[in-house]
Design a protein around this ligand. Structure first.
Ligand SMILES: Cc1cc2nc3c(=O)[nH]c(=O)nc-3n(C[C@H](O)[C@H](O)[C@H](O)COP(=O)(O)O)c2cc1C
Length: 349
């Protein structure tokens, strides 16, 4: 087991969660400008889509994004193996299996969170993926589904993942209710049980275990990291993108306080994103596909509202070019820095 652990990135790890429609390649490129060390996850890509669909569109990404993990959805060992083999040409640093997504679409393919009910089958999937993968194979799961008792089912589920050779396990610390709750509600309503995840880590000291769910900032991340090997942030990282600028200092030991006012070269970021967007527009892409991920950059700064407005309206106009990014940055009092905490700002409307 020690050997398996050594294959994975050295703890502590800060990851940005896989999020469909959000963590696409443009989003990951932006996030990478803010943190060199954060582990970035793709959106979930279904194995069938890789095998039968537009794989170049689904898998291609910028070399700048590394380290980047590809999340796969599927429940068929042969198809998942094929998808892993195909993805190998694209150079992802990790392959992750989705055992946590509760949407109807995912359930109808009998994968995602409903796989929590069949640990033996998931172990077979991991074994099959490991057999053909040249990079670590990891699992992202829930603590249980529906009427399962997490404290009873999770230890066995994890033991099987570990037995199958999973290199790391990321646990979204809440159950999924497969009937009656929407995916959005399933990220909010079932209560979080962090203590159970900490207990799982104590029982498996040699296996990388990371925690996910409801982590709002680097202070909370620091508290989790005294119990587990990694923290994975989804919504907080996406909506308050500037938070990522503190991650490298945080991981280097500056602590959350030392990392909350990072020294960011915002104008260099502006120029990089303008160049990136110009290239995309030249290739026939839309500016908005890049800028929609940037609206959360300046939470708490004076001018943030105008920044968001410019990006959401002007950037969406047909023919919009990278000069819109320059105009949006010009609206922000960058030198003034963040004046209010994002939460306070939200309350202030
Ligand atoms: C818009 C959106 C899309 C998501 N898509 C995925 C996905 O593709 N795969 C996955 O494992 N989880 C997905 N999730 C769940 C997140 O990865 C994460 O587990 C969840 O949001 C809880 O973490 P958070 O409280 O830090 O946001 C998604 C979440 C959101 C908000």
């Amino acid at each position: 087991m020690k050997q398996e652990k050594a294959r994975y990135i050295k703890a502590p790890v800060f990851a940005v969660a896989p999020m469909i429609d959000w963590t696409d390649r443009h989003c990951r490129f932006l996030h990478r400008q803010l943190s060199k060390r954060a582990l970035l996850y793709t959106e979930m890509v279904v194995a069938d889509a890789i095998i039968f669909g537009p794989r170049e569109k689904l898998l291609s990404h910028s070399a700048a994004e590394h380290p980047v993990a590809l999340q796969l959805g599927g429940s068929d060992a042969a198809k998942l193996s094929d998808a892993v083999r195909i993805a190998a040409d694209y150079g992802y640093d990790e392959i992750n299996l989705n055992v946590g997504c509760p949407s109807d679409r995912v359930q109808s393919g009998t994968f995602g969170a409903c796989l929590m009910r069949d640990a033996t089958h998931v172990a077979d999937l991991v074994t099959a993926m490991k057999r053909v993968s040249t990079v670590p194979v990891t699992v992202k799961c829930r603590i249980g589904v529906d009427d399962q008792e997490p404290a009873q089912v999770l230890p066995d589920f994890l033991a099987r993942m570990i037995g199958a050779g999973a290199d790391a396990i990321w646990i979204h610390a809440r159950k999924a209710w497969l009937q009656g709750l929407s995916p959005k509600e399933n990220r909010e309503i079932p209560p979080l049980d962090y203590d159970l995840v900490y207990a799982m880590k104590r029982e498996n000291p040699d296996v990388f275990m990371g925690i996910n769910g409801g982590i709002a900032d680097l202070e909370q991340a620091a508290r989790h990291l005294s119990h587990v090997d990694g923290v994975m942030l989804g919504r907080a990282a996406y909506h308050n993108t500037g938070l990522l600028a503190g991650v490298d200092a945080f991981l280097a030991g500056a602590g959350p306080a030392g990392a909350t006012t990072p020294d960011v070269d915002w104008l260099a970021l502006r120029d990089t994103m303008m160049d990136y967007a110009a290239e995309l527009v030249d290739r026939g892409g839309r500016l908005h596909h890049v800028t929609r991920h940037m609206v959360g950059l300046f939470q708490g700064f004076a001018g943030a509202r105008r920044f968001r407005q410019i990006l959401s309206t002007d950037a969406a106009r047909p023919g919009a070019g990278p000069e819109v990014i320059a105009a949006a940055f010009a609206a922000v009092d960058i030198d003034g820095g963040p004046r209010v905490q994002p939460e306070e700002q939200k309350l202030a409307g």
